[in-house]
Design a protein around this ligand. Structure first.
Ligand code: NAD
Length: 410
């Protein structure tokens, strides 16, 4: 086990502690920067990674690449709000990937570009963080798993919801402590506002995203797969586009992105799961309810836009008469939560930095997602998209066969 000294960030940055010189800074010391990263695609998520890297302090941002000048300008302007370190702007993708001063590449471009960019990035032999979803279709996702198997370095998939405080705790209870007994049911729901505006509005179209269940909900299928600890065997989904972007069009092409869905998943070990989505809500509400033969777990996250209060994150554990119930309020330090996705991106970076430094650690019950896990999340998501389109329940083996792939066992 690696013992780390506490990081007293609020003391370290306090006015009345400025007189403590660099030589005397032990508890106030910044972590050592051991790696440098390049961000490819510096829109919303690329910039979140840049900010998180600065807060974590273990990786330097060496440079940025984007095909849109305006995104580069905004990313650099925003970076200058919190860092005076030099920042290289690359002229093309290849020079971004091959910069000898860069140790790790972060691919944060729209989903439909991931496969092409990844293939260039892999020529560098460097570790890569590839944003979720790894691709827009299952064939590309499977190809990425194969490419990864022969890759001399590693690929981490940006499924960082695993690092949200409530899911780290839920995994610990359900999978490490086994306090719920044998799991039987898993129910996840998300209620949120519509997809945000994006550069060239790629997220309004199925062909650029893979569909809503792939683009957004792969996060939740990843959580469900991890909890089920088994192979998905059957998927049924019903959903569509009811409210959002009904009147939206770009270049004469109307938006076709779905905004609500209900998905049911059966697993080989008998676990049953469901996922429900509403993207025309007026705040953020996310819920996970897990039922086992010994207890029940309820994890919730809500953000109230009306009252502009702090997000509320809770975990309830209930065991009837057999053990004490508990209700816990969860949070990471606010500087970490505010850096994006309730701190999940920060802890995903910590996991990446650990791996780059040759230390494999789990944060609570969470480890970073592999391409194989990214593929399995996409498998459920893609089968759900196909079920929504046909109206039929799909056996996963049949679906894989239709996609030209062999059955899988997890
Ligand atoms: N992990 C998460 O929770 C999370 C959250 C949001 C987005 N994402 C993912 O991150 C990726 C980017 O999403 P975003 O919200 O930042 O989108 P965005 O539109 O805000 O930014 C994308 C950027 O990529 C640039 N770009 C487009 N094609 C490019 C190319 N070929 N080469 C270089 N740059 C290119 C665009 O100019 C833009 O600046 C997507 O895959 C998305 O699904 C993940």
């Amino acid at each position: 086990m690696i013992l780390k000294k506490p990081r007293l960030r609020s003391f370290a940055e306090a006015h009345n502690q400025r007189h403590i010189t660099a030589g005397d800074r032990y508890l106030y010391a910044q972590p050592k920067i051991t790696q440098s990263l390049v961000v490819i695609g510096c829109g919303t998520m690329g910039q979140e990674h840049m900010r998180v890297a600065a807060i974590l302090g273990r990786m330097r941002v060496q440079g940025i690449f984007d095909t849109h000048q305006y995104s580069l300008d905004c990313a650099e302007d925003n970076y200058r709000q919190y860092s005076s370190e030099p920042l290289v702007r690359y002229d093309d993708l290849r020079s971004a990937c091959m910069d000898p001063a860069a140790d790790v590449l972060l691919i944060c471009t729209p989903n439909y570009t991931h496969m092409d960019i990844l293939q260039v990035a892999m020529q560098s032999g460097k570790p890569i963080l590839l944003e979720k979803p790894m691709a827009t279709d299952l064939a590309d996702a499977a190809a990425i798993v194969e490419l990864d198997a022969d890759y001399k370095s590693f690929i981490q998939i940006g499924l960082q919801y695993r690092f949200k405080a409530q899911y780290v705790e839920a995994f610990h209870e359900a999978l490490v402590r086994r306090s719920l007994g044998t799991l039987k049911t898993i129910a996840v729901s998300e209620h949120r506002p519509p997809f945000l505006d994006k550069v060239e509005q790629w997220n309004k179209y199925n062909r650029y995203t893979g569909g809503t269940l792939v683009e957004k909900c792969c996060h939740y299928f990843d959580l469900i797969n991890r909890l089920a600890e088994s192979t998905p065997v059957k998927v049924y989904a019903s959903g569509g586009q009811a409210v959002n972007f009904i009147d939206f069009e770009r270049g004469g092409e109307p938006a076709d992105i779905d905004d609500h869905a209900f998905v049911v998943i059966d697993y080989a070990n008998g676990v049953r799961a469901n996922f429900s989505l509403n993207m025309f809500a007026h705040g953020f509400f996310e819920e996970l309810v897990v039922g086992g033969d010994r207890g029940c777990l309820k994890a919730r996250e809500s953000v109230d836009f009306h009252r502009q209060t702090d997000p509320e994150v809770t975990l309830h554990m209930e065991f009837g008469e057999t053990a004490a119930a508990r209700k816990t309020q969860l949070s990471y330090p606010s500087i970490i939560e505010e850096s994006g996705h309730q701190g999940a991106t920060y802890y995903q970076h910590a996991a990446l930095a650990d791996r780059l430094d040759g230390v494999l650690t789990a944060i609570g019950g969470s480890v970073a997602a592999t391409p194989r896990e990214g593929f399995t999340a996409m498998l459920v998501a893609s089968a759900a998209q196909a079920s929504m389109a046909s109206g039929d329940a799909l056996l996963i083996d049949d679906f894989l066969c239709r996609c030209g792939m062999q059955p899988i066992t997890l």
